[in-house]
Design a protein around this ligand. Structure first.
Ligand code: PEP
Ligand code: MN
Length: 339
């Protein structure tokens, strides 16, 4: 249910409603709108009609059911698009298209420093790099772990770029959150509900990737898991899904962009690197994503892709990335955005 407050409702009236929602056994989530606030009451769906009585409270305009299976992520609860602030200078969901770039994995100090400097120079807004790698094979490189986090932090400090890095399990989530500015949930973990709940309790923005076999509705339900624990700063990420097509590593579902825009206030990022798996397809899909309304891009860039420990074939070199950024500017402008 959502409790829609009157435009001029006082803080005292809102506090009273929040208290009453709690008394009735529901979790209140106050969402501040431009003209009025709404209070989402999340809990047992079967008994939700008891909340109807709140309509008689002072300051309350109406109590209406949320029809979608996801609540906090839905547009019913919040009509305006959310802007997720990462630092004073960087935000996702505003007019600027945010570009996150860097290697698939942190491999050495030299590699991450070179990558960080190159992507910063080309105009990226955040640095990516995996310190914990959830690989399909247990025999593949699993990441540098805490040592990798330290190197990422050093590279972030050197360039001034915020860090995006993946969390693979609840046990190491807090450690990763000490170093990262944005916590990435990978495609293999996007329905790991214990991990999502843990991330929901942390105070860091989240980049939630779409599972490779997930529907858009399931992606929104995963976002809901994070949000219902208190963390509202979720950025969704389309990274390609499994289809019968084999020419590309995944099928990058760009139609997810307008669908997500229609269904939720959360911003959406696109990952054309994992979405295609081939260097030569990354740039065209990045342009297409921006044309379709993506709020952010996450692109793999490696100073020496041929010797990369993971995802070399889809990694751009610094030179290719700089070219991509220059051309992307034109697409951003055409879409009414900045870069
Ligand atoms: C990654 O970003 O390096 C990654 C492993 O992505 P995904 O979870 O989308 O495969
Ligand atoms: Mn990768």
């Amino acid at each position: 249910m959502i409790i829609v407050m009157k435009a001029g409702a006082t803080k005292h009236e809102k506090d009273e409603v929040v208290e009453r929602v709690k008394e009735l056994g529901y979790k209140p989530h106050v969402i501040h709108g431009t003209t009025r606030d709404v209070i989402g009451a999340v809990g047992d769906e079967r008994k939700k009609l008891v909340l109807q009585q709140l309509e008689s409270m002072s300051g309350v305009e109406s109590v209406v059911p949320i029809l979608k299976p996801y609540k906090l992520a839905s547009k019913e609860v919040k009509k305006e698009k959310s802007i997720i602030r990462i630092t004073d200078d960087v935000a996702v969901g505003g007019r600027q298209v945010c570009v996150i770039a860097g290697p698939c994995a942190v491999e050495s100090e030299k590699q991450i420093m070179e990558a960080a400097e190159a992507v910063r120079k080309a105009g990226a807004h955040m640095l990516r790099g995996g310190a914990y790698k959830p690989r399909t094979s247990p025999y593949s490189f699993q990441g540098m772990k805490e040592k990798g986090l330290k190197l990422l932090a050093k590279a972030g400090k050197m360039t001034g770029l915020p860090i995006v890095t993946e969390v693979v399990n609840p046990e190491t989530a807090e450690l990763v959150a000490e170093y990262a500015d944005v916590l990435q949930i990978g495609t293999r973990n996007s329905q790991n509900f214990e991990l999502l709940k843990k991330i929901g309790k942390l105070k860091k923005p989240v980049l939630l990737k779409r599972g490779m076999s997930m529907t858009i509705q399931e992606l929104l339900m995963s976002a809901e898991y994070i949000m219902s624990e208190g963390n509202q700063r979720v950025i969704l990420c389309e990274r390609g899904i499994r289809t019968f097509e084999t020419a590309t590593r995944n099928t990058l579902d760009l139609s997810a962009i307008p669908v997500v825009r229609n269904e939720t206030h959360l911003p959406i990022a696109v990952d054309p690197s994992h979405g295609t798996g081939h260097l030569k397809y990354v740039a065209p899909m990045a342009y297409a994503a921006v044309a379709a309304g993506a709020d952010a891009l996450i692109i793999e860039v490696h100073p020496d892709p041929e010797h990369a420990t993971s995802d070399g074939p889809q990694s751009q070199t610094p030179a290719v990335f700089a070219e991509t950024m220059a051309k992307l500017r034109l697409f951003a402008e055409a879409a009414g955005r900045t870069l």
